[in-house]
Design a protein around this ligand. Structure first.
Ligand SMILES: C[S@@+](CC[C@H](N)C(=O)[O-])C[C@H]1O[C@@H](n2cnc3c(N)ncnc32)[C@H](O)[C@@H]1O
Length: 273
């Protein structure tokens, strides 16, 4: 029932609403499978009826949210690209601690956070490597467009694969192991605030307030050039003066916008406002 013409319509609609650019070669099979299943569940016998429902009959947006949850790539794990967490706790946070008024929290955003491993990696690094948390209030917020991953992040329950890069001593210290999962100890659950937010939605991101550090790793690679630029400028507006952006290893701010200064550390390039 689904064909390439339908894919083009669907991808154009998703692009207009969310800025996510789906490519025929990469995403066709996933979208086809999802829509065929969903149409069957809803007892709709062709794509046109499903597309109509999505555009005009989805008043509370749940159908569109479910579609977005199906197309997002949520791959993540604790301590991914660990050099960046080292630079965060050993260089960036101590420097911000010096220049920010002592009564103000330092605010860090993980955008996107997927199932929570990235912002919780920051918490573990802070606990292990820096005495800073005794002197300074540090707020960590994780956002993602996918409501399923945000729910998982809030539960604080992770797979074996997800914790594989954490040193065993820290796994034992910070997680409760049961047969198939690792759950964060109670003291740590809630140390990160999680929210469903679309990074293109100006009203939603304005509500988050200003940040000192933004981690945005492995999301921009899914966007086209215009959307990358829009998000990079959103980050610029969301940052306080001299705030920092961390991108994934395959992402370069210099290829997107020129408003940030690049700062080089061993194995790690970061960007400052
Ligand atoms: C591959 S994960 C990256 C997770 C983590 N930052 C890391 O590097 O391990 C990409 C995430 O981007 C999220 N995402 C995609 N488009 C988004 C948007 N417009 N706003 C917020 N999150 C988005 C997806 O839902 C997915 O969970």
């Amino acid at each position: 029932m689904f064909n390439e013409g339908n894919f083009e319509k669907m991808s154009e609609y998703i692009y207009r609403k969310r800025g996510i650019y789906l490519e025929l070669e990469k995403h066709y099979d996933k979208i086809e499978k999802y829509i065929n299943n969903r149409a069957q569940e809803l007892e709709l016998d062709n794509f046109r009826k499903y597309f109509f429902l999505l555009r005009f009959d989805d008043k509370d947006g749940t159908e569109f949210q479910a579609l977005m949850n199906a197309v997002t790539v949520n791959e993540t794990y604790f301590f991914r690209e660990h050099e960046q967490f080292e630079v965060l706790v050993n260089h960036v946070l101590p420097q911000l601690h010096k220049i920010r008024p002592s009564d103000e929290p330092i605010r860090i955003l993980s955008a996107p956070c997927s199932t929570g491993e990235e912002p919780y990696s920051m918490v573990l690094y802070l606990l292990e490597e820096a005495g800073l948390i005794e002197e300074r209030d540090i707020e960590i917020i994780g956002i993602d467009i996918d409501s399923n991953v945000i729910k998982k992040a809030q539960d604080g329950k992770f797979s074996e694969r997800s914790v594989h890069a954490i040193p065993p001593g820290q796994v034992a210290k910070y997680f409760k192991k049961s047969s198939f999962s690792y759950t964060l100890i109670e003291d740590l659950i809630g140390t990160v605030e999680f929210k469903v937010v679309n990074i293109f939605d100006r009203a939603e991101i304005r509500d988050l307030g200003k940040f000192d550090v933004i981690f945005s790793r492995n999301m921009l690679i899914y966007f086209d050039d215009a959307s990358k630029k829009e998000v990079a400028m959103n980050f610029y507006d969301m940052l306080r003066p001299e705030g920092y952006v961390f991108l994934g290893h395959a992402e370069y701010m210099s290829r997107i916008v020129s408003v940030f200064k690049a700062k080089k550390f061993e194995n790690c390039l970061i960007y400052q406002k």
